[in-house]
Design a protein around this ligand. Sequence first.
Ligand SMILES: [Fe+2]
Length: 300
Amino acid sequence: MTLLAEASKATNIKTRALPAGFGLEIVGMDVPNAGEADLAEFDRICRENAVVVIRSQKLHAGQVVELAGRLGRISSQHRTGPHPQYPQISILSNKKVDGKYIGAHEVGRNWHTDGTTYEKLGLITLLYGVECPPEGADTVIADTAGAYEALPPAMKEKIEGLQAIHSRAKLFKKYSQLGVAPEDMAAMKEVLHPLVIASPVDGRKALFLTKGSFMGIVGMPENEAQALMDELIAFSIQDRFVYTHKWKADDILIWNDLSTVHKASAYDEAKYDRLVYRAWMRPFDLVSVTSAAEEIGPAH
Ligand SMILES: [Fe+2]
């Protein structure tokens, strides 16, 4: 028996498909006490699936940082609701202390992708539920590789080779409370990314979609470009491509931002408290090409 076979035999991890037909739920893993074989299997599953869910894991913030750090280098979030002790992760919450929100509030409500303004694409998002409302506050994720595959051939032909324009300044303007100096704002360059990219999960073609940073498409009138983005998002968020994560406290949800598009659904903030930790990771093979300037603000 090879060492590899022994290692895989030692894992307690089992998986089951998520109802959407893409992504996996990991069962049988005790994250805080996981041995190296289980962690190695966890890494592999996260590399090979667009969405991964693990439920019922009691983690403190430091353990969330540790788990996230296995999947890539964690991007700084010091402008987007950093955790006071672990600024590598953000707090998403409607809770207030002394009249001030303790973290980022009401973010990501429109369909978008995190990390669209990096010069070299590649981002993994991890969320951990600390307090979760019993209704609303879902995370809704669509499979843009599956959506691409299902596009009519004429649309595939139309979008092949198109380059979308993404603006970091547009994101910062949306989060004006971040207090970025005007000269820093002016220095932010727009970046181009193909509308059709290769999914890092399995190499299939995937649509790279977002409303947040999207400015237009090279060589296309702006209204036409916006309409095309809207049309591709509308196509991709049909039920057949969508996984809706209904949160319970102690859930871990991880997705790859290069073959998905996602949004957060609203909830009754007067009635319920929500507290979620978020980590953004750059896959290790991209760390050397990530500039410091790319890591200073919102990635969506
Ligand atoms: Fe997001």
